[in-house]
Design a protein around this ligand. Structure first.
Ligand code: NAD
Ligand code: UGA
Length: 343
């Protein structure tokens, strides 16, 4: 039985990995596929995986929200390969592990072409599970705290089933990820695939797109451009922000561990959007104004992970506090925006 109270066990053995892995003469590197590896979290994950000389990393990305620039230090490296590919199309390669991240994550991007977003979540995940089944690879899905919707339980544990609008403007993303989780468990139970599911809570850090639309990148870019910080009404809605290096550490521990998940990975420090704006103002630009603006439909009112399971099962907890993470992101944004720090 899982922590969700459902029977997620499988009697099926996992599919056999490639015979090459048992060959005496095979240079036994771990071949790791990262879908969405040109994006924000994906590129930081690639950096960490490439530090291990036993890893070969293959990135697949359609560059919708990601960029080759995020991976420039690895292009041409003998253990690295970059493929322009859309995960809604089948992929035939030989790998041992799949980190499946491909999916636009910022609301303005996932709402831009909602049909494509749901295809990416459903058909894209189906294709990656088919690949995992064919080659006997372990697959990790980056699901989201959005599967809890506008949560009626606070803070959120993995056993909470969520409060999600199935026909709203966010549904292509949150319902899409819920179906992706279903597919993962169905492949696990029916075909014995080794699965891992991370429920990621709002993550921030260097390399986020400057005009990504998510709140931390918006506020930092606005503070540096001396434009008002756009706090969406009512401003009392909360989020819990995790620094990207902590997130990558959690994802790798989950992949390497024995638990399927789902496991919440996030930082339990909870802030209202007004508090976040005040922190950005204080740390980055005390002169900047705060302006209250209209919100978008179905915006969750509160979000904070319970991370007991991650602590117990993965020995993981976040290390970087918001006040320490914001200046690290500021530095990266200053460089990219060409706004030097005043002495
Ligand atoms: N950053 C967060 O706060 C957060 C929170 C919860 C879950 N997640 C999940 O983590 C993953 C990465 O998020 P991110 O913040 O790095 O976002 P991102 O937009 O920076 O990265 C997503 C990457 O996927 C690529 N992609 C999108 N659709 C694709 C397709 N059909 N085929 C191939 N590539 C495609 C994009 O080009 C991009 O490089 C996503 O699955 C997202 O849902 C992120
Ligand atoms: O962590 C998650 O599970 C999800 O979080 C995000 O969703 P959301 O929390 O809505 O992210 P933001 O767009 O950054 O919004 C956070 C809050 O800030 C507010 N906001 C946003 C932008 C802005 O300029 N001002 C502002 O006040 C929004 O109203 C919202 O309440 C992203 O959709 C996904 O990357 C991710 O799956």
């Amino acid at each position: 039985m899982s922590s969700n109270g459902t029977d997620n066990s499988t009697s099926k053995k996992p599919p056999s990995p490639s015979p090459l892995r048992f060959s005496k003469f095979f240079q036994s590197n771990m071949r790791i596929l990262v879908t969405g590896g040109a994006g924000f979290i994906g590129s930081h994950l690639v950096d960490k995986l490439m530090e291990n000389e036993k890893n070969e990393v293959i990135v697949v990305d359609n560059y919708f929200t990601g960029t080759k620039d995020n991976l420039k230090k690895w292009i041409g490296h003998p253990r690295f390969e970059l493929i322009r590919h859309d995960v809604t199309e089948p992929l035939l390669i030989e790998v041992d592990q799949i980190y499946h991240l491909a999916c636009p994550a910022s609301p303005i991007f996932y709402k831009y072409n909602p049909v494509k977003t749901i295809k990416t979540n459903v058909i894209g995940t189906l294709n990656m599970l088919g690949l995992a089944k064919r080659v006997g690879a372990r697959i990790l899905l980056t699901s989201t705290s959005e599967v809890y919707g506008d949560p009626l339980e606070h803070p959120q544990t993995e056993s909470y089933w969520g409060n999600v609008n199935p026909i709203g403007v966010r549904s292509c993303y949150d319902e899409g990820k819920r179906v992706a989780e279903t597919l993962m468990f169905d492949y696990h139970r029916q075909h014995g695939i080794e699965i891992r599911i991370a429920r990621i809570f709002n993550t921030y850090g260097p390399r986020m797109n400057i005009d990504d639309g998510r709140v931390v990148s918006n506020f930092i870019a606005q503070a540096l451009r001396n434009e008002p910080l756009t706090v969406q009404l009512p401003g009392t809605q909360t989020r819990s922000f995790c620094y990207v290096s902590d997130m990558v550490d959690g994802l790798i521990r989950l992949m390497e561990g024995e638990n399927t998940g789902p496991i919440n990975i996030g930082n339990p420090g909870e802030f209202t959007m007004l508090e976040l704006a005040e922190s950005v103002k204080e740390l980055i630009n005390p002169e900047v104004k705060i302006s209250m603006v209209e919100n978008t439909p179905d915006d969750p009112r509160q979000r904070k992970p319970v991370i007991t399971k991650a602590k117990e099962v993965l020995g993981w907890e976040p290390k970087v506090k918001l006040r320490d993470g914001l200046p690290l992101m500021e530095e990266d944004f200053r460089l990219r925006l060409g706004v030097p720090k005043k002495n």
